[in-house]
Design a protein around this ligand. Structure first.
Ligand SMILES: *Cc1c(COP(=O)(O)O)cnc(C)c1O
Length: 370
């Protein structure tokens, strides 16, 4: 293979896997021994960097890495944290909230879920009323940025309501962590979940949990699954200085470490968030000029991914997608049950100049280019 074959054939304008840097891809070109100290040190370094970027102190919080895609980690948390005496309230406004309900149902975890509809944010007042009405609810789970639409839920307000009432807060911050500031400790979140291939800009293969150490320490022996037992995974990592319980995705771990170094070099989360915000702003401006409107009002829109409505009834997403792909960009179909939309991600190794080129391609395709 020569060097040009490593180059990407298109830019992924998707919410993960996303376009990574050459540095991240190159980090995968070596082999590592899982129980050697060099490798274990990398794991420990990743864990402490995650605590740091979650704005947590190592006295109160710990980070646990787990093999698999993001959903495996969601499942790991739900099946490790809730025992038979617990009851989970799931706050849904999209496919990822619904998926948590499926996980809970499959694992026979006592739960109830409430859907706010796909275009409404989770309402903290509703959560307060529900928790006041049902003291048997011990845990509440929600999605921070619903990747289904691009909606950001009011995390601070919701977690405040949950913690004020003494319940555990579980946050799926899969698509936002690393790309939006989240003060995990200040908010008092108990379990925050994300994965390698989203805003930290690594490649797929594992996910992680930033956990309140006391909350996690209570979970010994609760897990309904052996391989997804987050407590055991944590103990093994703690007691063996960064050893994973079972075979870990070594190349992916290395790429992730490199991605964390690059995040720090970029200026940390504030700098990355600014880049994503600027990407998203230029995207919407350019798409509006080409005749597309966004699904969500600006107030609820994340910088991560944006849903656009089909401009006409006879709009062919397939044709649009193929024309764009031919010019070097991959976008994302919609995932809404009710409205015809498609989505464009603004995260990954994508910069405002890429967005400018992208919207000019769109303008050319739809014939609005001046
Ligand atoms: C990506 C994502 C997940 C995990 O999906 P996987 O396909 O299992 O990686 C979960 N929740 C949200 C909000 C996501 O964006």
């Amino acid at each position: 293979m020569n060097d040009t074959e490593y180059r990407n054939s298109y830019l992924l304008m998707t919410p993960g896997p996303l376009s990574t840097t050459e540095g991240v891809r190159r980090a995968m070109m070596r082999d590592w021994c899982t129980w050697d100290d060099d490798y274990k040190e990398i794991t420990q370094n990743i864990r402490s960097r995650l605590i740091h970027i979650g704005e947590c102190t190592p006295d109160n919080y710990t980070a646990v890495l787990l093999q698999g895609s993001g959903t495996y980690v969601v499942e790991s948390v739900l099946t490790t944290v809730l025992d038979d005496q617990s009851k989970l309230l799931i706050l849904e406004n999209g496919a990822y909230g619904r998926r948590m309900a499926t996980v809970a149902k499959t694992a026979r975890i006592p739960f109830e879920s409430y859907s706010f509809g796909e275009t409404n944010p989770v309402d903290p007042e509703f959560v307060a009323a529900r928790l006041d009405a049902d003291p048997s609810i011990t845990h509440v789970a929600l999605v921070h940025c619903e990747t289904t639409t691009g909606m950001v839920n009011p995390l601070q307000e919701i977690v405040h309501v949950i913690k004020q009432r003494g319940r555990y807060a579980i946050v799926d911050a899969m698509s936002s962590f690393g790309g939006m500031r989240i003060s995990v400790e200040a908010l008092n979140i108990d379990f925050l979940i994300s994965s390698a291939n989203k805003c930290i800009q690594g490649v797929p293969g594992f996910g992680f949990v930033i956990a309140n150490t006391n909350a996690l320490a209570q979970c010994e022996g609760r897990s309904r699954s052996h391989s997804l037992d987050l407590y055991d995974q944590w103990r093994v990592m703690e007691e063996n200085n960064g050893k994973w319980r079972f075979t870990s995705p070594t190349h992916v771990v290395h790429a992730f470490h490199q991605a964390l170094l690059e995040l720090a070099a970029e200026g940390g989360i504030p700098a990355r968030e600014s880049r994503y915000v600027e990407n998203q702003r230029r995207l919407v401006e350019g798409m509006n000029a080409a005749g597309f409107s966004e699904l969500l009002p600006n107030a609820h829109q994340s910088p991560i991914i944006t849903s656009f409505l089909y401009p006409t009834d006879d709009f062919s997403f397939e044709e649009f997608y193929q024309s764009i792909k031919k010019r070097g960009y991959v976008i994302y179909p919609g995932k809404l049950t009710e409205q015809a939309t498609f989505r464009i991600g603004t995260i990954g190794d994508i910069h405002p100049s890429d967005i400018d080129r992208f919207v000019s391609v769109v303008a050319e395709i739809v014939g609005t280019k001046r």
